[in-house]
Design a protein around this ligand. Structure first.
Ligand code: ACO
Length: 180
């Protein structure tokens, strides 16, 4: 719990946020998933050192498409992402992000990003060629290709219970975005 709290504080500081958006207490009351990258070889002996973390979660959002129509969707969202200042730009962010994509079985263009920092926008552009955004009226950023294949939340991970019955009965991964 201490580690998650400290990571949340460090990330908030790095992003100049007034307060952390990640804490152990919050992690207990939502269905977000946190991926933590650890250097097992670092001191103190045997314990290693945390390099950074990535927090994701499914959220119901209303997003605009390129014709400015509202769509109700539930994409996987990038909620918080932080690599320690001493090791940024060493490829650790990419390693963590790549692991998350594999575990969550999503493509980068299917993600929604909650208030991306300039560094994260550069990161996404560099590693995943995500550049052209679809303008939104909320704080989330989505990229071209978002509406091509809508991703359905998986049944097996932490967020699943509410939807599990319907989703288990219907294993087809792509649910079209609902138009309003
Ligand atoms: N300035 C500009 N671009 C940067 C910077 C920087 N200081 N740091 C990383 N990047 C981008 C660049 O594209 C860089 O490639 P380059 O060095 O060739 O220019 C690329 O990321 C490097 O990739 P990695 O080494 O894999 O990324 P890193 O380990 O640095 O992790 C991260 C990226 C998480 C954004 C890290 O820089 C960080 O923690 N930044 C501070 C906190 C932050 O802004 N988090 C995102 C908040 S928004 C959100 O979470 C929804």
């Amino acid at each position: 719990m201490t580690i998650v709290d400290e990571l949340g504080k460090a990330s908030a500081k790095a992003q100049h946020l007034p307060a952390p958006i990640t804490s152990a207490l919050r992690m207990q009351s939502n269905r977000h998933v946190i991926y933590i990258l650890k250097d097992t070889s670092a001191r103190p002996a045997g314990k290693g050192a945390i390099i950074g973390f990535l927090k994701v979660g499914y959220k119901k959002l209303f997003v605009l498409d390129d014709r400015e129509a509202h769509n109700e969707v539930e994409p996987l969202c990038i909620l918080d992402f932080y690599i320690h200042e001493s090791v940024q730009r060493h490829g650790h962010g990419r390693e963590l992000f790549q692991h998350m994509l594999q575990k969550e079985r999503v493509e980068p263009h299917q993600l929604a990003i909650d208030r991306p920092s300039p560094k994260l926008l550069k990161f996404l552009n560099k590693h995943y060629n995500l550049e052209t955004t679809v303008p939104q009226v909320n704080n989330f950023v989505i990229f071209e290709g978002f509406f091509a294949h809508q991703h359905r939340p998986p049944t097996s991970s932490l967020r699943a219970t509410r939807h599990s019955r319907a989703a288990v009965a219907d294993p087809i991964p792509a649910a079209p975005a609902r138009k309003l």
